[in-house]
Design a protein around this ligand. Sequence first.
Ligand SMILES: N[C@@H](CCC(=O)N[C@@H](CS)C(=O)NCC(=O)O)C(=O)O
Length: 234
Amino acid sequence: MSNSFVLVSHALCPYVQRAAIVLHEKGVPFERRDVDLADKPDWFLRVSPLGKTPVLLAAGEAIFESAVICEYLDETTAPRLHPLDPLRRARHRSSMEFGSALLNAIAVLYNAPDDAALLRAAADIHRRLRQVEEVLHAPPYFDGERFGIVDAVFAPVFRYLDVFERIGDFGLLAGLARVQAWRAALARRPSVRAAASPRYAEGLTAFLARRGSALNGRMRDEGMETKTAADRRC
Ligand SMILES: N[C@@H](CCC(=O)N[C@@H](CS)C(=O)NCC(=O)O)C(=O)O
């Protein structure tokens, strides 16, 4: 298979991580090209109609939207990550959508303007993760021994939780033993580890510290406030 893939990326983007995990799972070499989303270069806007990362440059084409990129990679490179059974595959795709909604809920939490909104957002995330708990029945991954694209979608979700837990106990995984075990299995997976920089947690902490949100108050209380300059987007 071609080794000419370029993954147009942002260091903190969870959607980029999905594509990077899939590329690593398939052992496909690729170049990662980071862009500044606060100052998007013209070449990026030409290949990214929505102005978002990730974009996969492949075979002279620019493919955008992380789910589309993952599906394209799965259809063109072995090993197959999605289940072959259409109904199971549909179930995985539905849960991928659920993972995207969870990322939106996470953004609500880190942008919450005050403590009440922060606690509401935390309760909402916990409620969503409880729904995930109810569909997890075959460890270690979402659907048993085989790592799938849906696992690549949730691994970056859990990376946020790693950083939130350094700030405070929001009870996001309270009582959710199966989700906790899944999270631990994903954290050990080499493709997941390779999909973000070793400095990811530090970068995300700096990003969160610039939000001017209720979470920043908690970070200040924990002595975690930083003064890094201003890319407000990820
Ligand atoms: N639905 C898109 C979401 C991608 C997305 O929101 N990317 C963010 C970075 S994590 C972005 O590029 N934001 C820049 C902007 O919206 O201006 C996908 O799955 O690829």
